[in-house]
Design a protein around this ligand. Structure first.
Ligand SMILES: Nc1ncnc2c1ncn2[C@@H]1O[C@H](COP(=O)(O)OP(=O)(O)OP(=O)(O)O)[C@@H](O)[C@H]1O
Length: 316
């Protein structure tokens, strides 16, 4: 379990993380989402005790991580896959980590096999692809068989097979009862991987909830209809207080369900070519929530929500 309480980090005049309070639970994969520069890496570094909070606290299983001896047995982490000695072999890198954390050497072979690097283990890391470096970083995180795992953008550089493998690994680690906290700036990466989401923008918390609840935010369902008798149907629908947006023969309707619309059309002998309920995507919900928090977005390419704007406003 990871518990952050009013966690804040300032670098000079810049507030990177502002008053974050959240809990990351064991037995679940928790996605840590936010646009570039939102403060994800800074938060992960504070969890690991690499950066001291300006104020607030963060604990891992009830204690600040920096207080724990032999850290790798308590938290495994992948922060930056490039942050390794390129002249060493993958095996030498893992063996050095195992030695300094008093982890049996036999564990090195186990994690190399787990991440599919057995055959490349004796090659220099400098010659590894980004995907192989990510796998090595994941092997380092698994080395101490820890109950808590942090991964910063672990899918970067992985091919589709690698992405599928990592998702399966996260699922298995969570099913084993571990706490799995995974950052990403892409909702699409979390969509089929996370149980819970923590979303931040410009350092401030925007959402902390199960993925299913987050998805429901985007579920401003509307019904799409295609009909050659659009004007007639619009009249009937507005008479029952539905809202209709017209795009010629295509209508987008809120305030009436698809069965209700079908009944009205049938009763008035209106021909429908298409009738479907549409849900906004998770990606859309994420973009709307974080629109005002994007540091380098093109002006006017996203729409903001008042709630996001209010929250972010506090962080400035
Ligand atoms: N050591 C530092 N000194 C000054 N500013 C920093 C430092 N580290 C991070 N920042 C700033 O803090 C903000 C948050 O950065 P952080 O790297 O935590 O975001 P992030 O969500 O991980 O972004 P990304 O997805 O781009 O890695 C950014 O505006 C960044 O420029």
């Amino acid at each position: 379990m990871i518990e952050a309480n009013e966690l804040t980090k300032r670098y000079g005049g810049k507030t990177a993380v502002h008053d974050l309070t959240f809990t990351v639970r064991p037995g679940r994969v928790t996605g840590f989402l936010g646009p570039n520069g939102a403060g994800k890496s800074t938060t992960l570094r504070m969890i690991l005790g690499l950066h001291a909070p300006t104020s607030g606290t963060v604990t891992v299983d009830g204690r600040p991580f920096a207080d724990r001896p032999r850290g790798l047995r308590h938290i495994g982490s992948l922060l930056d896959a490039h942050d390794v000695h390129g002249g060493r072999s993958g095996r030498a890198q893992l063996e050095a980590l195992a030695r300094s954390n008093r982890i049996p050497r036999s564990r090195v072979d186990e994690v190399l096999a787990e991440v599919g690097l057995t055959d490349a283990a004796r090659r220099r890391i400098g010659g590894y692809s980004l995907g192989m470096k990510q796998r090595l970083g994941i092997a380092s995180a698994l080395l101490g068989d820890p109950p808590v795992l942090l991964f910063d953008e672990p899918l970067n550089g992985l091919d589709p097979e690698g992405v599928r493998w990592v998702r399966g690994l996260f699922r298995r680690l969570a099913e084993e009862g571990r706490t799995v906290f995974v950052s990403s700036h892409l909702m699409s990466e979390m969509e089929n991987a996370a149980d819970d989401l923590i979303v931040i923008g410009r350092g401030a918390l925007l959402a902390a909830e199960p993925l299913t609840d987050f998805a429901a935010r985007g579920t401003r369902a509307h019904v799409t209809v295609r009909t050659p008798q659009a004007a007639e149907l619009i009249g009937l629908l507005t008479a029952v207080d539905a809202d209709v947006t017209s795009y010629g023969e295509r209508l987008e309707i809120t305030g009436a369900t698809a069965p209700e619309i079908a009944r009205i059309a049938l009763d008035h002998r209106i021909l429908l070519h298409h009738l479907a309920t549409e849900h906004a995507s998770l990606e859309r919900a994420f973009m709307e929530l974080t629109a005002d928090s994007v540091e380098y977005g093109a002006a006017g390419d996203l729409t903001g929500t008042p709630s996001a704007r209010d929250l972010v406003g506090e962080a400035r």
